[in-house]
Design a protein around this ligand. Sequence first.
Ligand code: 9UX
Length: 72
Amino acid sequence: DTNTITYKVKGFTCVTCAVGLETLLRQQKGVLWVKASYPDASATIKYQPATVTEDRLKAFIAEIGFTAEPEH
Ligand code: 9UX
């Protein structure tokens, strides 16, 4: 199974912030694909729900230093 979630992200202050978040998310178990956008202040993640949860992804983003709210 694969789920896709888009978060609105607070805290990107430059394009490198978004690229850095992508790089760290891609290292997480269960994350299949990530696209973060600085201009859109968003991050879209395809993940395996058997391995990682939406809440865990949000918590991981918070650990990195950004605030993520799911967009449903
Ligand atoms: Mo963006 Mo850089 O906010 O250290 S400013 S990555």
